[in-house]
Structure formats: C-alpha cells, structure tokens
Design a protein around this ligand. Structure first.
Ligand code: AMP
Length: 118
C-alpha cells in the first residue's frame, strides 16, 4: 500500500538520489527540482504520510529532522544569512509526496513566505 513511497525507496537506496545525510532515524537528499541554490529534503526513514498524521511516538524523529536541517544549513554555509524550513501538508498545503519531509531552502533571499493575494 502507501507504505512504499518514492522517498522510502530513496531511503533504502533503491532509487538514486543526491544523499547528503543519513542516520538511524532520518535521511536527507537534494531536491530534484531545486527552488533555491540549496534545496534539501529531510525525511523520516519510515513512512509518516503527512504532518497531520504525527503522534507522540514521532517526537524524537521530528526533533531529529529539525536538528539535521540546522546542521546541514550550517554545512552549506546558510546559517549566517539565514534560510527557510518548510513542511507542506496535504492538499491545501501543496504536498505532492505523501511521505513527511521538510524542505531546507537557502542561498538567496527567499522573499515573502506566500505569494500575495491581489
Ligand atoms: P512537496 O510538494 O512538499 O510534497 O514536495 C515534494 C518535493 O519532492 C518537490 O520539491 C520535488 O521536486 C521533490 N522530488 C520529487 N521527486 C524527487 C526525487 N526523486 N528526488 C528528489 N526530490 C524529489
């Protein structure tokens, strides 16, 4: 079923990706369609479909995702100027891949968080 996500195949190295980090809980790789000079995705090594599906049991992996994002931002030289971390959730959030992931974006000024309406 939905357990076999695209990102799970990347975690298991069944399909290629530009991996930048992996540990017992999370994997990070560069987005295939980068929206900024640095665009890295950090995902749990097991499938949590969306942020709306997280439970108390996921607190450790959620914390790890943020800490790894912070470390990778530092490593890519983003920490001083700053960067953005984003999670899209379900339909209205524009989520395309139903395997929880955070986007780490930086390397240029990123502008307003949302396109302005009208
Ligand atoms: P979201 O809209 O938050 O679900 O983001 C999904 C992201 O996954 C998009 O930014 C895609 O460019 C990215 N993506 C899709 N397929 C791959 C892939 N095979 N390797 C790396 N990134 C991917």
């Amino acid at each position: 079923m939905s357990q076999d996500t695209l990102f799970l195949k990347i975690v298991r190295k069944e399909i290629p990706a530009d991996l930048v980090y992996q540990d017992d809980l999370v994997t990070a790789f560069r987005d295939i369609n980068p929206q900024a000079p640095t665009h890295i995705l950090v995902v749990p090594n097991h499938v949590i479909p969306t942020l709306a599906d997280v439970t108390e049991n996921d607190e450790q992996v959620l914390g790890r995702m943020l800490r790894v994002a912070s470390q990778l931002a530092q490593k890519d030289g983003l920490a001083e100027d700053g960067y953005r971390v984003m999670i899209n959730c379900r339909d209205h959030g524009g989520q395309e891949v139903y395997h929880l992931h955070l986007h780490l974006l930086g390397g240029r000024p990123l502008g307003p968080m949302l396109a302005r309406r009208g």
